[in-house]
Design a protein around this ligand. Structure first.
Ligand code: 0O2
Length: 257
């Protein structure tokens, strides 16, 4: 299982880094969370028996020994994430299962990509198949609960529970639609909150650095001005203050050269 474990670690790291990169560049990230797992030996064997996969074909025929799950905020983000993956040079898409357009009879909705991904091992490069599941937070909520019932009922979920799950799946579909209708407003609000947090962190960092070069009275004046601007809750003023502070810091730096 070692190469699969390595693949999952690498992919989670790479995708989390991509989320971070979006945020650092002030861009909205279509990915909200990433997680991964390697299937346990017992569930590999159980699945192989259920699907009548001969032992020697498990690696080629079982496509989800390693799985990555990417959670998005909005349905629209799912296609953007799939595109990000298709554009990468370190992953090759083998096949797609679109349970968004065609939900499973259970009500399960998600977008699956099977990719080829190569890891470097002590025995040389090894190309693996990995399943990437992309779904919204709401779809994930439903799938997690429904999956947990399978441990108790296996294939035999009682009909009244199945019906309830099916109507819950419809409600999840409606919820995703409702959230999509205000997607741009939500993204604007999230972007400006990220921007504000970054600006405040940079301003405080600048003020801290000024302590090394400027006199205390001047810095206290700057700090008071910052608190005044901050209390206004006006992004334009904060951006302006950030620029002015940059110029002041630059002046001190020049003086100290
Ligand atoms: P686990 O525990 O997630 O590792 P099959 O297993 O026959 O349904 P197949 O052909 O291997 O499916 O591929 P498919 O349909 O893409 O399913 C692969 C994975 O998708 C499953 O893995 C689940 O994680 C998820 N999935 C598919 N259908 C459902 C569903 O109806 N409900 C939920 N909650 N998840 C689903 P495994 O093998 O079940 O195991």
């Amino acid at each position: 299982m070692n190469p699969y474990e390595l693949a999952v670690k690498e992919l989670v790291l790479k995708l989390e880094h991509l989320i971070e990169e979006h945020r650092l560049n002030g861009m909205y990230s279509p990915m909200e969370q990433v997680s991964g797992r390697v299937k346990s030996i017992s569930s590999i064997l159980e699945k192989a028996q259920r699907k009548k996969i001969p032992f020697e074909n498990i690696e080629t025929e079982m496509e989800d020994i390693a799985g990555i799950r990417i959670i998005c905020q909005f349905v629209e983000d799912i296609e953007r994430v799939a595109q990000l993956i298709r554009n990468r040079s370190d992953m090759t898409v083998k096949s797609v299962k679109d349970y968004l357009t065609n939900a499973k009879p259970s009500g399960y909705r998600s977008y699956h990509l099977i990719i080829y991904y190569t890891v470097e091992t002590v025995h040389g490069p090894k190309r693996l198949q990995i399943e990437i599941q992309i779904r919204t937070l709401a779809m994930n909520f439903w799938a997690t609960i429904e999956h947990s019932l399978q441990y108790k009922y296996r294939e035999n979920i009682p009909e009244y529970v199945r019906n309830r799950l099916s109507s819950a799946a419809d409600a999840i579909g409606m919820l995703d639609k409702e959230m999509s209708s205000v997607r741009s407003e939500i993204i604007d609000a999230q972007n400006s909150s990220h921007l504000q947090a970054t600006l405040v962190a940079e301003i405080l960092n600048n003020i801290q650095n000024l302590y090394k070069v400027a006199n205390k009275r001047d810095i206290i004046k700057i700090q008071d001005e910052f608190y005044r601007v901050y209390a206004q809750e006006d992004m334009e003023q904060l951006i302006q203050f950030h620029k002015e502070l940059d110029a002041i810091a630059e002046g001190y730096r020049a003086q100290n050269l």
